[in-house]
Design a binder for this molecule. Structure first.
Ligand SMILES: *Cc1c(COP(=O)(O)O)cnc(C)c1O
Length: 361
């Protein structure tokens, strides 16, 4: 029998979440962001349920090729554009739309030999200070692109730094609007947090990433249920051993947990080598047979321990949900586990380990 651990990818949840994004931005066309192998879910696994999107946005050229191999003929956007001049050959060949965020990328495009005009998304740095032209540099970049025979259509794109938090997006929208006021072309703004929290935002294209996979972009202020999203990934394992503890007994490496009462614990076939964060300390939520409990002690490479006090009937073979959907409609949001590790749901789903078998349901 294989080691009892598996990840499930829920196609119904992906389709549901995509529909939620549509409903939140009904006037915009929708990129579904599938970078990082669809946030760890697997590009090939999410493709069918997400085909209802208007386009796929990603940044790895290899992933773009895989999308074309899957038969996708619609828009594909490279969110960071070309990394070197010859990437543009693939853009021509596979008809990939690409971001242009710096002068060098315009130089490369100007020297690129192609019969096919490219659709480019000129990126503006409206305050994030990651990629893009400043408001003052944007105009000349636009004019340079507009003069190139290699360029067929110019759209405008920017990215928000604080759509999930109190600072919000208004300051960046103002900068963007002012700098682009008299420039033609479609606009792409809004990641998941902006789609959900700022539904009044005007954009021709929005870019839904994390919400598609069933994580609340602004957790803990809001959770999955608040946004009507469903987990697209479940990580589950089983209890492979139990221990009866007496007061004073300790659990695991460095004796990080000491029992203060008689208690039973279950040892679960999941550890940090499966992608479960080692930083999750005692009390990180888990579902045992669908009942909420918590971890005890340190997570080790292949195992972790859980408190069986709330589930006295649980024992060898009991199902443990580390995140996602449990039995009988139970749900444990990946966001809660991420928070216990001091991180965000994005990081956990992207870090699902290679050794975990994945089933699409
Ligand atoms: C990753 C990314 C997104 C999607 O962000 P989410 O928070 O996952 O919705 C949108 N736009 C750009 C430029 C990105 O890099």
């Amino acid at each position: 029998m294989p080691r009892p651990i598996e990840a499930l990818i829920h196609t119904d949840a992906l389709a549901h979440n995509l529909a939620r994004a549509r409903a939140a931005a009904p006037d915009a066309r929708l990129w579904v962001v599938v970078k990082a192998n669809a946030y760890g879910h697997g590009l090939e696994r999410v493709y069918e349920p997400l085909r209802a999107a208007d386009g796929f946005a990603l940044l790895d050229l290899d992933e773009a090729s895989r999308l074309r191999e899957l038969g996708w003929r619609g828009p594909v956007l490279l969110l960071e554009g070309a990394f070197e001049p010859r990437d543009l050959e693939l853009c021509s060949r596979l008809n990939l739309w690409h971001v242009v965020h710096c002068e060098a990328q315009i130089d490369w495009l100007g020297r690129h030999k192609t019969h096919q005009g490219h659709r480019v998304f000129l990126k503006m740095n409206s305050g994030m200070n990651r990629l893009g032209f400043t408001p003052t540099a944007l105009r000349s970049a636009w004019a340079r692109l507009n003069a190139l025979p290699q360029v067929d259509e110019i759209s405008l794109v920017s990215h928000f730094s604080d759509a999930d938090g109190p600072r919000g997006i208004a300051h960046q929208v103002a900068v963007f609007d002012t700098a682009t006021r008299d420039l033609p072309g479609e606009r792409s703004l809004a990641n998941s947090a902006a789609i959900l929290r700022h539904p009044g935002l005007k954009a021709d294209w929005v870019r839904a990433g994390i919400l598609t996979y069933g994580s609340a972009p602004d957790f803990p202020e809001h959770d999955l249920a608040h946004w009507g999203l469903q987990p697209a990934m479940t990580l589950r394992a089983r209890i492979i051993g139990t221990q009866q503890l007496q007061p004073g007994d300790t659990v695991g490496y460095a004796s990080r947990f000491t029992a203060d009462r008689p208690m039973r614990i279950g040892v679960v076939s999941c550890g940090y080598a499966d992608g479960y964060p080692r930083l999750c300390g005692t009390g990180t939520p888990v579902l045992v047979d669908g009942v909420r409990s918590g971890t005890v002690g340190r997570v080790s490479m292949d195992m972790l321990a859980v408190d069986l006090s709330p589930v006295p009937q649980a024992g060898l073979g009991s199902e443990v949900t580390l995140w996602g959907r449990g039995p009988r409609q139970s749900v444990l949001a990946i966001d809660e586990v991420a928070r216990a590790a001091g991180t965000i749901g994005y990081e956990l789903m992207c870090a699902l380990a290679q050794r975990v078998p994945v089933t699409v349901v």
